[in-house]
Design a protein around this ligand. Sequence first.
Ligand SMILES: [Cu+2]
Length: 151
Amino acid sequence: MRFTQLVSVGLLAAGMIFAQQSDGPIAMRAVTNDDGTMSYDKKELTVTAGQTVTIVFTNPDTAQHNFMLAAPGSMKIIGAAADKMVRDDTGEDVNYVPKLPQIIYVAPVLQPKKTTTFDFKAPAEPGRYVIICTFPGHWKTMNAVLNVVSK
Ligand SMILES: [Cu+2]
């Protein structure tokens, strides 16, 4: 019995590791934290270079969110540009998506109380890419890493 349990746990752990890098859809959701900040429920997604990544995103909030994929190390550049759009009042019409060469992919706006499915091709170059939401005040806590590993 004990051995069987161990095997089950082992298989479960292997399954979880496999699931993180599978070609299947990845479930993500928006979270409002106790202190009022926003975040994604996952801090890191691991995918294979060049694979199609499908995200099934649930937004239980009353706020809109976005999901941008950007070059490694670009979080602060994008955040600063998003903050500027809020100050200039130029962001709303473009859903707070700045025009920057570091941005690789922008998902459709994640509307309140909706689940949105979207997909994109993982970059061909392995690295730790930035996932970020640039709606006003979100980016500092609503960010994650797309860890792209080689095939
Ligand atoms: Cu957000």
